[in-house]
Design a protein around this ligand. Sequence first.
Ligand code: SF4
Length: 331
Amino acid sequence: MTTGKRSEIRPGVPAPGMAGRMGASIDARRGVEYRELRAASLVNRFNGRPMPFGWTVNPYRGCEMACRYCYARYTHEFLGQNDPEAFERCVWVKKTNRVALVAELRRARKSGRLVALGTATDPYQPAEARFEVTRRLLEAARDVPGVRLSITTKGTLVARDAELLAEIARGSELSVNFSITTADPALARRLEPRAPRPDLRFGAMAALVGAGIETRLFVMPVLPLITDGEDNLRALLGAARAAGASTAESNVLFLRAGTRETFFAFLAAEFPQLVPEYERLYAGSAYAARRCVAEIEARVSRLSNEAGFPARRLCDRPDDGRRGRQLSLVW
Ligand code: SF4
């Protein structure tokens, strides 16, 4: 995903090894510039802290959906782009090579560990309609039956690939996780300015379920005091259940450096009354205060049961073959 530690990065200077991969501008539209990135590989082994996957795929660097809480904003610093808006205004499109993709997916299959598509940036962001990097990855995956795949997205463009996904699902484990944080379209527009409306995401979910593909609701992140209310959570869980999602999972907002600054600027502009409470909740930590997290988790769990989702335990989560370890999903 990245090539080094954030502390080793100098502002405005690409990380070692990155400069030689950064290609020319290949398009510009809607105020977004697209540039080519020659990635060493598209399917990357993940050796970090325990996560429910062993491999990650992010076809694009940057994402024009521009969610105010986006976890991945810091990744542009490795390209020497430190302006917080560069993440959503300059999207890097990874070059693909079909032979290499198939070889990488075979390696992943051999490991038995889950390949997670969209761990940092959205694989069905608007750029995908033009460049189809995600589509090429999936076409390669179709030729590697037995590979274990999960896709996480807010993009309704995923419905374009319903037929291809159904083909993959016939020979491989596959799930599509829809990230939906609020059922309120007006609030969604403020939080996720250029992501599809929530009802359209539920529509895409239903379309995939109709094609025989397992889908999940990811209420990630839950924003304390903004999207953590009973009414919102109940609406999300009910809509996901109606659309045919098999499970629902949630994670409370994680505010790492690089995201914290953008999110607090958003709060100051849109929810100024919440700034002191967020400063208290996230005092000196990227994680919300434990009590807040516990309360939200209990609420989601109770409402999930009410909505008819099966009870979930950590050991039930899709994982990388190392069941029983402490797992957490980060968006
Ligand atoms: S859709 Fe995902 S990757 Fe894109 S801005 Fe939103 S949170 Fe970030």
